[in-house]
Design a protein around this ligand. Structure first.
Ligand code: PMP
Length: 381
């Protein structure tokens, strides 16, 4: 019997060395995780019934907006904090600071998780950030550093401010605190946490039966992590990028050029993406986007008007009050359903709620008539 036990022990895989690049260690759970952070991930998947009915496909949404911080970015923020704790770069309740350069959902996730886990969040953001986001970050107690002038500069300016802030603290030998620069655009923990959690969740929730995954790209972390996971499970799964007007990413995927429109090829690249849509669309390639690029089958460009109309349509017909990037995904889902025909099983991400967009996107979407139809949406430019 003793020999048998030894043999069984030999069959149990040895715990892997805890290296920085070990994907199997990247999880949202941790022994001391039982506060609000334990509610991150394992988000529900629902069917968007009106769109399924009209297209003859099955169109589903992964409700990332149900994370405690209101978006998929909770996963990324938690992963970055946990991994830096493991590396010894962050210690709870030591005054340690997380620097990030963003006006978006990631700042909100870091602000919330910093409070929950014993840190301070220091957010560098453009000084024209919308008032509702500033109010939210202020309410959450984050340190805010508006960087100006925002509209005419390279967007890297506020990420650079965050990098410098962290360096200043770490280089000061009289300062006992430690700081990290989260760097969501370039950080591998971003796409990896989607590869190890969001992707497998979607695959499980669909019982492995999925034809298309659609998402936009901000940092690119979600489409890279989920796309790579689903593609590796089944290389017939089509990973489709939805992209707002003004972004260069769709042309990069479809035509191999990185300009904000094919006609404008040869003109100077613009950093500013000219769209009402927040959180997605870029005119540069990020490390996270590059990790996903090999798995992206095609890109669908969506106009602001189509997104506005879709947002209103979903709200009136399905009770889904979503942000602009979710609406873009739904327009792309309908176009995909019509292109590939009935019976497709399509999954999109609903990244955040309409309440984050009341002063800008939803101010215009609210004015669209309640009787808006799918044909109206597809016909508009
Ligand atoms: N939607 C919203 C509202 C976002 O804030 C973001 C992230 N900026 C995305 C979609 C895209 O996510 P990712 O950064 O993983 O590409």
């Amino acid at each position: 019997a003793i020999i048998l036990i030894h043999q069984i022990h030999d069959l149990i895989p040895k715990k892997k060395e805890n290296t920085e690049h070990d994907d199997s260690d990247l999880t949202l759970l941790s022994p001391r995780t039982r506060g609000i952070e334990s509610q991150i991930g394992n988000t529900p998947l629902i069917e968007i019934k009106s769109l399924s009915k009209l297209t003859g496909c099955k169109i589903y949404a992964k409700l990332e907006l149900t994370n405690p911080g209101g978006s998929a970015k909770d996963r990324v923020a938690l992963a970055i904090i946990r991994e830096n704790e493991k590396l010894g770069n962050l210690t709870p309740n030591n005054g340690d600071i997380i620097f990030e350069g963003t006006s978006g959902s990631t700042g909100i996730s870091f602000a919330l998780l910093a409070n929950a886990l014993g840190y301070t969040a220091h957010i560098c953001l453009p000084d024209d950030t919308s008032s509702e986001k500033l109010q939210l970050l202020t309410a959450l107690g984050a340190e805010l550093e508006p960087v100006k002038p925002a509209s005419i500069v390279d967007p890297n300016q506020y990420t650079n401010a965050a990098r410098l802030g962290a360096e200043l603290i770490n280089n000061n030998s009289e300062d006992n605190r430690s700081a990290i620069f989260a760097n969501q655009f370039e950080n591998d923990y971003n796409w990896r946490i989607h590869y190890t959690t969001t992707g497998p969740e979607i695959y499980r929730q669909m019982n492995g039966d999925i034809d298309v995954f659609i998402n936009g790209s901000g940092t690119g972390g979600t489409i890279a992590g989920v796309g790579k996971y689903l593609y590796e499970k089944n290389s017939n799964v089509k990973v489709i990028l939805s992209d707002p007007q003004g972004s260069g990413l769709s042309n990069r995927i479809n035509y191999g050029v990185m300009y904000d429109s094919v006609e404008k090829e040869g003109t100077r690249r613009r950093h500013q993406v000219d769209t009402l849509v927040e959180g997605i669309g870029l005119n540069r390639l990020t490390h996270n986007f590059k990790q996903g690029e090999p798995y992206i089958h095609e890109a669908i460009r969506v106009t602001d008007l189509q997104a506005l109309k879709m947002a209103k349509y979903l709200c009136i017909n399905d009770g889904l009050f979503w942000g602009s990037s979710s609406a873009i995904n739904c327009v792309a889902a309908v176009k995909t359903a019509l292109k590939y025909g009935p019976g497709q099983k399509i999954v999109i991400i609903a990244c955040d709620s309409g309440s984050r967009h009341l002063s800008k996107f939803w101010k215009q979407a609210s004015e669209i008539n309640n009787d808006i139809t799918l044909d109206d949406i597809l016909e508009s430019n």
